[in-house]
Design a protein around this ligand. Structure first.
Ligand code: PMP
Length: 439
């Protein structure tokens, strides 16, 4: 480890919580970025295939965003929602239109957690029930309410909750009791499971909250149409559908602008939450809801920093860049190529159980020789990629899945370069499960 990094790591460990995990045996500090690249404090350059957890959505140091932030900061940084705020109104108008939700209202927060917390507050108030449906293996944030709908136990530090949560099956296609079924049988089985769970609830259930593709869970998804089938059941009971688009929004999945659109037969959701990519790193989260649902609170509610002019200016510039340059189309094209390359790179590698994904949201699930999850193989691959100049993420219930989610402006050349580095990393994973020393 370089002295610079080692010294900072020691200071970090002395003041930061133990549960605030760092990547890598020798953690690194990223000091600057440009396009799809970042540099560490020693000047080593990396191709960034994780974008600070799917948050650097367009590119690092995008001049349009930097300029918008600097100009807004030079005018006024903060005023609060007590005063009219032009950038906030403009971004709300654009997001409302894009959401597909009719008669939409938008409330801005500072994080995905707070966005989901708001959606849960709205749903439970609107429906006068604290019973909520969530998916197994889900992640919705770190607050007391958000961990109460987070099925992934490694991210849910307490079972105490203000909510009564009923976990439904269906977010994970490739594992669990229904894995061997065909897509349509899988959907039927999950619908039957949902009906069964609802039969055991007390009266009203407020909402189903679900990620269209589970992010932290390891980019796992149901077959297309599952949530449309769920919606028919939910509608019969008046239960709201909240789609958590914190990772899947803004064209990340290539084919669709929102993840819920893979289940479009159901029509738009009642509520949509977003965060991460829209601010390109500036802290923007939010919830979109039908006016009737959004307006159901009969007390004041405010987020002091939500909708702050600087973050909104960044969001507007970032969204304009995304739309004008059709980065959704780029995610579809370059993501398709990257998926193909990664499948080829994994062929014959018995550490790889599955390469899956859509657009620029791709996962590689790693296993031991007996098929059990291999967090060790994932760690080995992550380290190898970093040594060779590529940053990727990890996820999955056991931390055994590589998560690949570069900025949506990724070029074909960069995709090929990254895939080559990952091929070496996957060989390292294979050596790891075979018990060989790192080469
Ligand atoms: N929902 C999903 C699907 C997420 O992936 C995350 C963050 N990983 C959150 C909510 C919480 O967002 P934040 O960390 O901004 O609070």
């Amino acid at each position: 480890m370089s002295d610079t990094h080692a010294a900072l790591h020691l200071r970090h460990r002395a003041v930061a919580p133990d549960w605030l995990a760092l990547y890598y045996r020798e953690p690194i500090e990223l000091t600057h970025g440009e396009g799809r690249h970042v540099w560490d404090a020693d000047g080593k350059r990396y191709l960034d295939f994780f974008g600070g957890i799917l948050t650097t959505m367009t590119a690092h140091a995008l001049p349009e965003v930097t300029k918008a932030v600097a100009e807004q900061a030079g005018r006024i940084i903060h005023s609060s929602t007590l005063y009219l705020n032009r950038p906030m109104v403009e971004l709300a108008e654009r997001v409302a239109r894009l959401s597909g939700i009719p008669d939409a209202r938008v409330f801005f927060t500072t994080s995905g957690t707070e966005a989901n917390d708001t959606a849960l507050l709205l749903a439970t108030t609107y429906r006068r029930s604290n019973q909520v449906l969530a998916m197994r293996n889900s992640y919705h944030g770190r607050s007391f309410s958000a961990v109460g709908v987070t099925g992934n136990r490694s991210w849910s530090p307490t079972s105490l909750s203000p909510l009564q949560t009923l976990y439904v099956h269906g977010g994970v296609r490739g594992r669990g009791p229904f894995a061997a079924l065909s897509d349509s049988e899988f959907i039927d089985a999950c619908v039957a499971d949902l009906e069964d769970v609802l039969g055991q609830a007390h009266g009203n259930v407020a909402a189903l909250i679900a990620e269209p593709v589970q992010g932290v869970g390891g980019f796992t998804a149901p077959p297309d149409g599952l949530y449309a089938a769920f919606r028919e059941v939910l509608d019969r009971h008046g239960i709201l559908w909240i789609t958590d688009e914190v990772q899947t929004g803004w064209g990340r999945t290539g084919e669709y602008f929102w993840g819920w659109q893979a289940h479009a037969a159901a029509g738009p959701p009642d509520m949509l939450t977003f965060a991460k990519g829209i601010g390109n790193g500036m802290s923007i989260g939010g919830v979109v809801a039908r006016a009737e649902v959004m307006n159901c609170l009969d007390a004041n509610s405010i987020s002091t920093f939500g909708g702050s002019p600087v973050t909104m200016a960044a969001g507007l510039a970032n969204l304009a860049y995304l739309l004008e340059n059709d980065l959704q189309g780029n995610a579809r094209r370059v993501g398709g190529l990257l998926l193909e390359r990664l499948r080829a790179a994994s062929a014959g590698n018995d550490a790889v159980r599955e390469v899956r994904g859509r657009g620029l949201m791709i996962a590689i699930e790693l296993v031991e020789r007996d098929g059990s999850p291999s967090p060790n193989a994932a760690t080995a691959a992550l380290e190898s990629a970093r040594e060779n100049g590529l940053l990727v993420g990890k996820g999955g219930l056991a931390g055994n899945t590589l998560r690949i989610a570069p900025p949506l402006s990724l070029t074909v050349r960069e995709a090929e370069e990254g895939a080559a580095i990952l091929e070496t990393a996957l060989r390292q994973a294979q050596d790891t499960i075979a018990g060989k020393e790192p080469s």
